[in-house]
Design a protein around this ligand. Structure first.
Ligand SMILES: *[C@@H]1O[C@H](CO)[C@@H](O)[C@H](O)[C@H]1NC(C)=O
Ligand SMILES: *[C@@H]1O[C@H](CO)[C@@H](O)[C@H](O)[C@H]1NC(C)=O
Ligand SMILES: *[C@@H]1O[C@H](CO)[C@@H](O)[C@H](O)[C@H]1NC(C)=O
Ligand SMILES: *[C@@H]1O[C@H](CO)[C@@H](O)[C@H](O)[C@H]1NC(C)=O
Ligand SMILES: *[C@@H]1O[C@H](CO)[C@@H](O)[C@H](O)[C@H]1NC(C)=O
Ligand SMILES: *[C@@H]1O[C@H](CO)[C@@H](O)[C@H](O)[C@H]1NC(C)=O
Length: 493
């Protein structure tokens, strides 16, 4: 996978030299070639295809209507209290989006809705500021990855900020199989682009610190397809589970808390209770240590209709749950519970308890257990996570620290020990022992618990919870001045 990405990136970089990024991004002929796949011409329409254009138009219409539902904000049936919000994109006088020209709505034969969608539904409003103009002089374009439908690129804007661009992947699975089936490249583009549009509308409607921020979008013609859509979003780093398992508990807890806050937001969103049908870690990214959902084209708002609780089985590979069927004929809380169990099986069970402060373990174990059993809803789960944050941030988790015999430490202000490092786990710094502490007493406790530790250096860098970072050292034979640090050395005895 990594190799394939690298190869694709290399292909992209090579073709980047041939023209501006936009030509490369939007001209299907110059898409980055995939290994083992020649960028040949799309198959010509031929006989023997299922359905035909009428079927394609029907599918486009279905997606179009879904997007319209989301952009109008009406919650799906069975969703909780409707919290109708003013349609931002219809609000007059809001900061407009830069569009180089008003897109001309183009009708498609056979009754498919016109593309691009009429102004209003489907086009986000007050938030995004960037338009096509922002993409005219980008640099450092890099292929990031692709799914079935979309390809993601990282580019640098003229101001220096790096952003992500998402566009329909012309050599992707979705477009390819549609063209094979219907032989209609434009119609197939339109079908695929509605997924991108849906995601854009959801990113805008579900704005939250743990939802990737939409900065804007651009419609422009590519060589043979008019008005291709590119969305411009915040850039995140992929969630690498193996790497996360090696980071501090504090950082892993942050990810779980982010997820708890996101699921709470999704359960109470203006659109109703939103579920993410595809919940794998690759649907999320990290931005400055916060987890954010990026992929929303598999999000669903509608709850499952039912006649009895036999219709409300939540199926997972290792476990099935039966939920109640409400009097209104909807499976109660199914969207929320699906998200919660997925949070348990993909994130909490790996990230939450492992190497946590011992006094917090019982609380964390209960969160893992309750989400794994679906015995709490999202509100309760988030309340418990916030409680853990409070105990950790306020230092209350330290109250029962063992008051064993302690050595005395001598304070050497404005100084540091440049070497004499040892490794510890999980350190914030490769090659030395850098840990966060709540206060001096905790730093002393850590030093006392490490056989090698003879000194430590308190920095004034802090972690996301405001804890101070401290270097632990094997000795203090060489102490040098540093205005930002304070050294503590273990007195003999
Ligand atoms: C694009 O960026 C380059 C390098 O930053 C700059 O020299 C050039 O003037 C820019 N062009 C436009 C049209 O802004
Ligand atoms: C869950 O339900 C499905 C279909 O009802 C069944 O095939 C599967 O074996 C069940 N899985 C577990 C773990 O019970
Ligand atoms: C600290 O110890 C007391 C008494 O042993 C206990 O009641 C309390 O729950 C402990 N607190 C924590 C955070 O472990
Ligand atoms: C939750 O705890 C119960 C009782 O200790 C145990 O039987 C069950 O397997 C746990 N469930 C999960 C998902 O950890
Ligand atoms: C770092 O700490 C030193 C004293 O230890 C203080 O003088 C300095 O202002 C602090 N710097 C920052 C950026 O907080
Ligand atoms: C101390 O911190 C200040 C502010 O963060 C920084 O500008 C300065 O370079 C630091 N001094 C040393 C010696 O690291």
């Amino acid at each position: 996978m990594r190799r394939r990405r690298a190869a694709v990136a290399a292909g992209f970089c090579a073709s980047f030299l041939l023209g501006s990024v936009l030509n490369v991004l939007f001209a299907p002929g110059s898409e980055p070639p995939r290994p083992g796949q020649s960028p040949g011409p799309s198959p010509a329409p031929g006989p023997g295809r299922r359905g035909g254009r009428g079927e394609l138009a029907r599918q486009i219409r279905a997606r179009y209507e879904e997007v319209q539902r989301y952009s109008r904000g009406g919650p799906g049936p069975g969703a909780g209290r409707p919290e109708r919000r003013r349609l931002m994109d219809l609000a007059p006088g809001g900061p407009g989006l830069q569009r180089p020209r008003p897109p001309r709505a183009r009708p498609l034969p056979d009754g498919a809705p016109s593309w691009p969608p009429a102004p209003g539904p489907g086009s986000p409003g007050s938030g995004p500021r960037l338009g096509c103009a922002a993409l005219r002089n980008v640099s450092g374009a890099q292929y990031v990855g692709s799914g079935y439908t979309k390809a993601v690129y990282r580019v640098r804007l003229p101001g220096g900020a790096a952003v992500a661009l998402k566009a329909v992947d012309f050599s992707g699975h979705d477009l390819g199989s549609c063209v094979r089936e219907f032989g209609a490249r434009r119609g197939c583009y339109r079908l695929a682009a509605h997924k991108l549009l849906k995601e854009m509308v959801l990113l805008e409607r579900l704005r939250h610190p743990n939802v990737l921020q939409l900065y804007g979008y651009c419609y422009q013609d590519s060589e043979d397809i008019p008005d291709t859509l590119t969305t411009i979003t915040e850039l995140g780093a992929p969630v690498e589970m193996i790497q996360l398992l090696q980071t501090s508990w504090e950082d892993r807890f942050r990810i779980c808390l982010s997820l708890g806050r996101l699921l709470h937001h999704l359960a109470h969103s203006p659109l109703g209770s939103v579920t993410l049908l595809d919940f794998r870690p690759r649907q999320f990214v990290l931005v400055d240590g916060e987890l954010k959902v990026t992929d929303l084209d598999d999000a669903r708002v509608e709850e499952t209709p039912c006649a009895s609780s036999a219709d409300c089985i939540l199926e997972f590979p290792a476990r099935n749950f039966s939920l109640p069927c409400s009097a209104q004929g909807w499976c109660e809380g199914m969207n929320e519970k699906r998200n919660l169990y997925n949070a348990y099986r993909f994130f909490f069970t790996y990230l939450l308890p492992h190497s946590a402060p011992p006094s917090l373990r019982p609380l964390l174990d209960s969160i893992v257990n309750a989400t794994g059993e679906l015995s709490w809803g999202v509100d309760e789960t988030l309340a418990r996570l916030e409680r853990v944050l409070h105990l950790f941030r306020s230092g209350q988790y330290l109250q029962n620290i063992s008051a064993g015999s302690r050595a005395e430490y001598q304070r050497l202000p404005d100084s540091t020990i440049p070497q004499e490092d040892y490794r510890c786990w999980p350190s914030y710094h490769h090659g030395s022992c850098l840990l966060s502490v709540f206060n001096l007493a905790e730093a002393v406790d850590v030093c006392e618990s490490h056989a090698q530790c003879q000194a430590f250096v308190v920095t004034n860098q802090t972690t996301w919870t405001g804890r101070q970072l401290v270097f632990f050292k094997t000795g203090w034979s060489h102490v040098v001045p540093d205005p930002n640090k304070t050294t503590y050395v273990r007195a003999s005895g």
